[in-house]
Design a protein around this ligand. Structure first.
Ligand code: ADP
Length: 467
């Protein structure tokens, strides 16, 4: 076990806490008990000494015997001294026999008419007493003194017992706390250690590792988070592998063309100037396809990381569609495709980035033109209470239903060779989806093979413009 482990830290804290409570508590209990009992005995002794001192008026034999007798039926002892401090009566204190003397300072105090209150230790029977000494007067004349003593030996023993009980209870509580801490910490640290092992395994690449997330507390949710992280890493890794495979494949095709035609030119493998020009055109086309691919990839990566800065403003979609149509007109004309725009007036504006919105529409219109032969492309804007719908519809080749769920994935193409023939990179729709979602919209697609395809975009209208 490490010194900085949870078990040790928690154990030390609980132990310190228990000690911090037990020590002062034990001290206070001990003080309260002893003060209470000692005060009580002291009071009794004071009271008895008062009573006795007031009732003695001479130190004659008979009176002294009577007081000795009186003391023997109580739990207190008495010692009476004459005016010289010589003991003349003693009911049972071995160290003060009759004829013996009290200390001179005590006699001085009696002579000064002072009350003596102190603890007295009898070194013959090894007992401790609380005592009160008072002067005795006869007609205002000091004739001696009386000491009343009560044994506190039993009291000391009881207090000792209490102290020992408190100490034992303290030790018991400490052990209990330590045992409890140990069990609790094990319960806490075992799953954490398991998680540490699992995350280390995940870090070394074993992404199928999972942690058992038994409890439904914080540790359980940490385990779930670790598992989610492993799943996410797994997905990320296979995405990356697939992505790299796709890129190298996509780059390989134009590079093969470039190499082949550059080689043919270098070795004069052409029949005419016309053919040479054709080769050069192919090289140019493939080079520009490669640069578009790299540009698109870079842009998509930026979008996926959320690093693309959109400039949001109130955008009029009619204007955006008109601009997109202007820019795609040449391509439509080249394929003799008629593009229709059902313009509806008084449309509310949306909060979007105008330039990016145009990019989205150009992409969809170009696709519609690209995958349509001898047909028609229609663009329609419809407004609802708080959204605007944009539809880009064509009467082209359509998309088989099994391809629809993957259409917006990077590099996904329905017919690889055909798409390439049309000049596509397979990144267009992935970029469109990202841009639409970054602007708060949604994109869906409906298609029928041989009949045509319709892409539908929906955006919330700008704040304050909802109908
Ligand atoms: P590309 O650059 O290959 O066009 P996109 O991401 O834009 O890549 O499109 C992905 C695939 O979806 C295309 O390869 C094509 O097969 C299909 N597609 C996209 N738009 C249409 C459409 N209007 N009609 C038919 N198929 C389409």
């Amino acid at each position: 076990m490490k010194w900085n482990s949870i078990v040790v830290k928690l154990g030390t804290s609980i132990l310190l806490l228990v000690l911090a409570i037990l020590f002062p508590l034990g001290f206070v209990v001990n003080q309260l008990f002893s003060e209470f009992y000692f005060n009580k005995v002291q009071e009794q002794v004071d009271e008895a000494s008062d009573r006795y001192a007031n009732s003695i008026n001479s130190l004659d034999e008979q009176q002294l015997e009577m007081f000795e007798l009186l003391a023997s039926v109580t739990e207190q002892e008495i010692v009476i001294v004459d005016e010289q401090g010589t003991v003349v009566a003693n009911s049972g204190i071995p160290s003060l026999p009759k004829g013996g003397s009290i200390r001179s300072d005590e006699l001085d105090e009696l002579e000064k008419k002072l009350v003596i209150q102190s603890e007295y230790y009898d070194d013959i029977d090894n007992s401790r007493y609380l005592r009160t000494g008072k002067p005795i007067y006869s007609e205002s004349q000091l004739i001696g003194g009386i000491f009343v003593l009560a044994s506190v030996e039993d009291l000391y023993q009881s207090l000792g017992l209490i102290k020992r009980s408190i100490t034992l209870a303290g030790i018991g509580a400490v052990f209990l706390a330590l045992g409890f801490t140990y069990i609790l910490s094990r319960k806490l640290s075992n799953p954490l250690l398991e998680m540490e092992k699992a995350t280390r395994k995940i870090a070394t690449g074993d992404l199928n590792t999972r942690v058992s997330s038994g409890s439904n507390d914080e540790i359980g949710s940490l385990a779930t988070a670790v598992n989610d992280l492993a799943v996410e890493l797994h997905r990320y890794r296979s995405n990356r592998r697939e992505f790299l495979a796709n890129i190298s494949h996509e780059l390989q095709t134009p590079i093969t063309y470039l190499e082949g035609y550059a080689n043919a030119l270098e070795n004069n493998l052409y029949q005419s100037e016309e053919e040479k020009k054709q080769y050069l055109q192919i090289i140019q086309l493939e080079a520009s396809r490669m640069s578009k691919l790299v540009r698109d990839l870079f842009e998509l990566a930026k979008m996926e990381e959320g690093k693309i800065a959109l400039v949001f403003e109130e955008v009029d979609l009619v204007e955006v569609v008109e601009n997109a149509l202007l820019k795609t007109r040449m391509k439509a004309q080249a394929k003799e495709i008629q593009v229709e725009f059902n313009q509806s007036y008084d449309l509310p504006s949306i909060d979007a980035d105008g330039v990016r919105m145009e990019q989205v529409l150009i992409n969809l219109i170009e696709n519609a033109i690209r995958y349509t032969e001898n047909g028609q492309v229609k663009i329609q804007l419809t407004s609802f209470s708080d959204t605007i719908k944009v539809m880009v519809e064509d009467t082209g080749i359509g998309i088989p239903p099994e391809h629809i769920p993957f259409l917006f994935e990077r590099f996904y193409r329905v017919e690889k060779s055909r798409s390439r023939e049309f000049g596509g990179t397979g990144l267009g729709l992935a970029i469109v989806k990202q841009l639409v979602e970054l602007q708060g919209g949604t994109i869906t697609v409906n298609s029928k093979v041989g009949k045509g395809t319709c892409f539908e975009l929906e955006f919330p209208v700008a704040k304050g413009e909802a109908l």
